[in-house]
Design a protein around this ligand. Structure first.
Ligand SMILES: Cc1cc2nc3c(=O)[nH]c(=O)nc-3n(C[C@H](O)[C@H](O)[C@H](O)COP(=O)(O)OP(=O)(O)OC[C@H]3O[C@@H](n4cnc5c(N)ncnc54)[C@H](O)[C@@H]3O)c2cc1C
Length: 450
């Protein structure tokens, strides 16, 4: 029995998103508000058919034009040209998170990270629609956006992650919103990145605080890499600053030897690394972070809370409320909902414990696009592991980086995935720095131009 979204339930979900600002989506308040009388005419608009080109074949709707959705849309057309693919995102343009830490330290410019959804759609033969998906109904196979509804044969959900501020003791929605805007984590939206860059470059001295969340957070190495890049900027500008890196884990989670050496040898005068720092509360007005045992005052900060899957899964009634990150129950090898082979969940909102990385999402999406094409043609596709590849910049002028590459294997006895064929390079050099940029260029080429 499918969990259908009733008209009433849908109107509540739609009203909530509209009241929260459907186009200007806010990952903190989404789903928190309730509809009011003023939103009623707008809700009627949601129940009209969206204006998009008429379907030329079986329609596949992909929600989220991040690393997963962009790759998915391209390869769905590649594996089954008869598919009519529509890629939907609430944003108007793509800004890459990978390599953004190098951009923070002026090693690439914003043009390097920014790309047009129109180019991707034109070059790969699908349609891009800028809209916010508010919910969907699996019985009628219909997706609702603030620009109207669309019907689908297959639905791929790749809406990424959201912050879970309650995990750092900030439960009140208004307090979460304030914290998000004043001290953004820089892991969900591009405005956060712009604010962080301005903060770092304007910093005149004192305590700058960063943290590493626990749980399965987005891009394991990125918070450590970001600490190095910010310390490099302070060092370059001779800013008298102390960078407190509060790690909610008991140790550096990845490339430990490399990051430890960087913290000691390159940034000994700047970075203070504090493991076992479980954050229990953040007082925005007092600029204070509380942990289980201590309190730390800061002058400026980047607060990165633990993460969860996009609230869209919950709004649509497919999330498992008991799962740690509110993910949907899916087939671990084929990615569709356990009770629905027409709906797939990929990228960082997936339920499998693969590393939440752009490269992982990209390689996974190629496989899942083949699975969906195979399903439409009555063909079985054998499982293949996603590949995770991640460069970490540690020094600038020239950019110097280390890297890791890994696959996953399934342990039949323990019923869990584990790393497989892992290769890690924990010494950094300029070749690694150049390789990190070449890797990103190759990815952008594949998703937008190739
Ligand atoms: C600072 C930083 C550095 C990183 N470095 C690396 C790295 O070096 N290597 C690496 O592999 N990975 C890296 N990552 C991780 C990488 O960015 C993510 O893993 C990747 O973006 C996940 O892709 P995704 O498609 O699942 O999610 P996203 O890229 O977040 O895309 C989700 C999309 O869904 C859209 N969306 C969500 N909800 C809706 C809705 N209701 N309606 C319409 N649209 C919606 C969003 O606007 C977004 O565009 C880094 C991340 C950060 C923040």
């Amino acid at each position: 029995m499918k969990t259908a979204v009733s008209r009433r339930h849908f109107l509540q979900a739609g009203g909530a998103a509209l009241a929260g600002g459907a186009a200007g989506f806010n990952p903190v308040t989404a789903g928190a508000a309730t509809p009011d009388a003023a939103s009623a005419p707008a809700l009627q608009k949601l129940l009209r058919k969206a204006t998009v080109p008429a379907a030329s074949g079986a329609r596949v709707i992909v929600v989220g034009a991040g690393w997963s959705g962009l790759t998915m849309a391209k390869y769905l057309k590649r594996f089954n040209p008869a598919f009519d693919v529509i890629l939907i995102d609430r944003q108007s343009a793509f800004v890459s998170f990978p390599v953004s830490n190098s951009w923070l330290a002026d090693q690439v410019d914003l043009d390097f990270l920014s790309h047009s959804f129109f180019d991707a759609a034109n070059n790969h033969g699908y349609h891009f629609m800028q809209a916010t998906v508010l919910g969907f109904d699996r019985d009628s196979r219909r997706v609702y956006t603030e620009r109207g509804y669309l019907d689908y044969e297959y639905l791929v959900l790749a809406p990424g992650i959201e912050y879970n501020y309650a995990r750092i003791g900030v439960d009140d929605v208004e307090a979460q919103d304030l914290l998000f805007h004043r001290y953004p984590g820089g892991f969900v939206s591009s405005s956060e990145l712009l604010t962080i860059k301005r903060k770092v470059h304007d910093f005149r001295g004192g305590i700058f605080m960063l943290n590493v969340p626990n749980g399965d957070y987005r891009c394991t190495a990125a918070p450590y890499e970001r600490a190095c890049m910010i310390a490099a900027i302070f060092k370059r500008h001779r800013i008298r600053a102390r960078l407190l890196l509060l790690d909610m884990n008991n140790d550096i989670k990845i490339k430990k030897k490399g990051f430890t050496r960087a913290f000691e040898q390159l940034y000994g005068d700047y970075i203070e690394y504090l493991p076992n720092s479980e954050i229990t509360h953040v007082d925005v007005e007092q600029r204070r972070v509380e942990t289980e045992f201590d309190e730390y005052d800061f002058d400026d900060a980047i607060i990165y809370p633990p993460v969860r899957a996009s609230r869209l899964l919950e709004t649509a009634g497919i999330a498992d409320p008991d799962s740690p990150q509110k993910t949907a129950p899916t087939d671990p090898f084929r990615y569709h909902l356990l009770d629905d082979e027409r709906v797939y969940v990929t990228g960082d909102s997936r339920s499998q414990p693969f590393s939440k990385g752009g490269h992982t999402a990209h390689s996974e999406a190629q496989y899942v696009a083949e699975v969906i094409s195979g399903h439409a043609l009555g063909k079985q596709i054998s499982w293949r592991s996603p590949q995770t590849m991640c460069f970490s910049a540690v020094d600038i002028d020239p950019l110097r980086a280390m890297s890791i590459i890994t696959y996953y294997r399934y342990n039949q006895d323990r019923k869990i995935f584990a790393f497989d064929r892992t290769h890690m390079i924990e010494t950094w050099d300029a070749q690694g720095g150049q390789a990190s940029l070449a890797w990103a260029e190759g990815m952008y080429r594949d998703m937008f131009y190739g």
